[in-house]
Ligand binder design. Structure first.
Ligand SMILES: [Fe+2]
Length: 318
């Protein structure tokens, strides 16, 4: 077995500050109860049914992504991933001073080093995370991973922070063009609550993720820190704030969380705020905590505009 190199020395600051600065936090041993040995053996036998991972939605209890083999299999997958999700949510809420929304728990049965995926779906290329179907609306993405393999390491590389990547590649990737939004679109953005609606910020993050994966020069020459996670090790990372690649390993558990902008320790480092500092993102998509005064002022103006607009429509239809 190859020797495991020590993890890089931890940076200074609280856990929240380190996460928001782009640090990866190893959890060795993993503090979250993991599936029993028999449940792990059951998970090792699962195969994908065309999707990228096996998924559990904590909001609905729905499981998907596995190839159906037996009648009792869905309930067992649901129970194992549901237990992991509950334990992960409890630990995150007890450990971090964040307001979080649980997103999805996943089990990853495939070997990352040899998966055949289209380039923008590959995990083994350096990228930041952005979910095209589940926008954050400016909140941050926190992810918990666990190496569930019985014997093998899981190997990652981390690279530059979002701030550095934005400075170097933001313009090439295509910054949002706020001037193209009409006042009506800005008003609608303000009241946008739908989970599936996507803001200019979310659209940029997805575009930026794809840009980085397709950038061969960046993939080849970017600074990299390598991580070797032993079986049973967990790790935490805000994966919208630092580029990473999953280079090798199979059988991992993962849970993603949306972190409310208002609960961040270092809101000025949030990608939405950094993107706003380019002057290209509509101000209304900023987290409130990062621009409380200006946004509050603008929000009042826009709420008044929205009321006037609504009443003018009512007048017109009446
Ligand atoms: Fe990713």
């Amino acid at each position: 077995m190859e020797p495991v190199r020590p993890f890089p020395a931890p940076q200074e600051g609280s856990l929240e500050e380190r996460l928001e600065r782009g640090d990866l936090i190893p959890l060795q041993p993993c503090p979250i109860p993991l599936p029993s040995e028999t449940d792990r053996d059951f998970l090792y036998m699962q195969r994908l049914s065309g999707s990228k991972n096996i998924n559990f939605n904590p909001a609905t209890g729905a499981v998907s992504g596995f190839r159906r083999q037996t009648a009792d299999q869905p309930a067992r997958v649901q129970k194992i991933l549901g237990n992991f999700s509950s334990a992960a949510c409890d630990w995150i809420r007890a450990t971090l001073r964040y307001t979080v929304t649980a997103d999805r728990a996943t089990f990853r049965p495939e070997e990352e080093a040899i998966r055949r995926l289209r380039i923008t779906a590959r995990n083994d290329l350096l990228h930041i995370d952005a979910f095209s179907t589940r926008p954050t609306n400016g909140g941050r993405l926190l992810r918990l991973f666990v190496n569930l393999h019985p014997t093998d390491l899981r190997v990652w590389a981390t690279s530059e922070t979002f701030a550095k990547l934005l400075e170097e590649f933001g313009a090439q990737a295509g910054l949002p063009e706020s001037e193209k939004l009409t006042w009506l679109e800005r008003i609608l953005n303000l009241f946008q609550k739908s989970e599936t609606a996507s803001t200019p910020y979310d659209q940029f993050m997805v575009r930026f993720q794809r840009f980085l994966k397709r950038n061969a020069e960046f993939q080849e020459h970017a600074r990299k820190t390598f991580w070797h996670f032993r079986p049973g090790t967990g790790w935490l990372v805000m994966s919208d704030g630092v580029a990473y690649a999953e280079l090798r390993g199979r059988f991992a558990l993962e849970h993603s969380f949306f972190v409310s902008s208002e609960s961040l320790a270092l809101p000025h480092l949030a990608p939405a705020v950094l993107l706003a500092s380019t002057g290209k993102i509509p101000e209304l998509t900023l987290p409130k905590s990062a621009c409380a005064i200006s946004q509050q002022h603008l929000s009042h103006q826009l709420e008044a505009s929205a009321r006037n607009f609504a009443s003018s429509l009512a007048d017109a239809s009446g």
